[in-house]
Ligand binder design. Structure first.
Ligand code: AMP
Length: 418
């Protein structure tokens, strides 16, 4: 079932959203992108004459705590949605059940943070540090059983289930996956946001126009290895950049000074290079670097060859030759995936490389390429440089997007499709 096919008139929809927004110390929302992203789904249901039960998590609470209460965001959601929203301060209480049962068309109920219950994540809480393996296994079994009851109860509040929380789609939690079991195929669906995310991932995995270029940046090879290995089977060009560069440079006996490096991953770097060669993938690495004499925005800087970094200096961004090299590859691509900056983009003086990659992607997109940008830092980059509207799709998912591209089946997606 798709959300556009479904008529919500007279129906109660449980909508799992990702309202895990950043709050300041006075509980003001500092970035409401995630809330705005779910509005089209919520509005469609209300416009049809349906009612909405909103379920979300906020933060990583280990029990009920005021700091992570969804009541802090209630007013803002209500203003954006232009309806008054009822609140149930305990998602399992009789009050929650009654409020859900008596919802009228056009009304919205928000449930308190689902992660106030350990059942949501299905992981035992409060286990003694010296718990035996048996005790751990028993606690795990118990919480899994309780999770089923929790999922059933959430499902009982509604006639249909809508998952619009791509950011948590890689988690097999009660509200993101398990509760979908209690709805038949005709009564569960993706929300608009999730639909867009799923389509975007599908395009770079299964509907590839070539050349396909992936730009993988960020600090460490070890955290990106699975995705890099999966991409080697798909891409024509793989640009590996950011802090990862120096592990490759050192593996090829280059001088990297104080640059970030995973010394235990040198063999892995060589292996990636070998695999790329075997598979006919054009692996592109930086040829020069913008180096600094300390890890700071105010450091002295200069450019040098990536494998000739003097002692006491470290590479914090790519240099102009690498920018050109990367841009040339990107501009002739028809499918582009970008994850991770080329340097320490948090420091203004080391943003140039990431900006130039972003600009090349925008130009390629203008020329008809499909470009997907995802993962927290690359999204921060395109937003910081004002380039978001020039790429085809900016994903809201960090971990979820990367797992999808690694080729993993995301529980939140599988639960709707099965
Ligand atoms: P990740 O979380 O692995 O995607 O990495 C993103 C982080 O990598 C950002 O915080 C960047 O500051 C950092 N990073 C990128 N390039 C470098 C570099 N050359 N040296 C140190 N950190 C870097």
């Amino acid at each position: 079932m798709t959300i556009d096919q479904f008529n919500f008139a007279g129906k109660k929809a449980f909508v799992r959203v990702d309202f895990n927004v950043p709050l300041d110390e006075n509980f003001n929302i500092t970035d409401d992108t995630r809330i705005r992203a779910a509005l089209p789904t919520l509005k469609k249901i209300l416009a049809d004459g349906g009612s909405v039960i909103i379920g979300s998590h906020l933060g990583r609470p280990k029990g009920p705590v005021d700091k992570f209460s969804l009541k802090h965001i209630l007013k803002h959601v209500s203003e954006l949605l232009e309806v008054n929203i009822l609140f149930a301060d305990d998602c399992m209480s009789a009050d929650a059940a009654t409020k859900a049962a008596t919802l009228s068309p056009g009304e919205v109920l928000m449930l308190e943070n689902l992660r106030f219950y350990a059942e949501e994540e299905g992981k035992p809480r409060g286990l003694a540090e010296d718990a035996t393996d048996e005790q751990k296994a028993a606690a795990k079994k118990e919480i899994k059983e309780k999770q089923i009851e929790f999922s059933k109860r959430l499902a009982s509040y509604a006639d249909c289930y809508v998952n619009d929380a791509f950011g948590t789609a890689h988690r097999a939690h009660a509200s993101t996956a398990l509760m979908a079991k209690y709805f038949d195929k005709d009564h569960k669906m993706f929300g608009y946001l999730m639909e867009k995310e799923v389509k975007a991932v599908d395009k770079v995995l299964n509907d590839i126009r070539r050349p396909f270029t992936a730009i993988m940046g960020g600090s460490k090879v070890s955290t990106k290895i699975e995705i890099i290995e999966n991409l080697l089977n798909k891409v024509d060009n793989l640009i590996i950049t950011g802090g990862m560069t120096y592990t490759f440079t050192k593996a090829m006996n280059g001088k990297i000074g104080l640059s970030i490096c995973e010394d235990d991953k040198l063999d892995l770097a060589l292996d990636i290079m070998k695999k790329a060669k075997e598979k006919g993938v054009n692996l592109v690495l930086a040829v020069d670097a913008k180096i600094a004499d300390s890890f700071s925005n105010d450091a002295n800087t200069k450019f040098c060859k990536v494998n000739e970094i003097p002692d006491g200096w470290e590479g914090l961004d790519i240099g102009p030759e690498s920018e050109k090299l990367f841009a040339d590859v990107i501009k002739q691509s028809k499918t582009i995936l970008w994850n991770g900056p080329t340097g320490v983009f948090e420091f203004e003086n080391f943003t140039h490389g990431s900006r130039s990659v972003g600009e090349a992607i925008v130009e390629a997109t203008k020329n008809g390429a499909f470009s997907l940008v995802g993962g927290g830092d690359s999204v921060a980059c395109v937003n910081k440089f004002g380039l978001a509207s020039g790429v085809s799709y900016v994903s809201t998912g960090g971990g979820a997007l990367l797992e999808a591209i690694e080729g993993k089946v995301l529980p939140g997606i599988a639960a709707i499709n099965e």
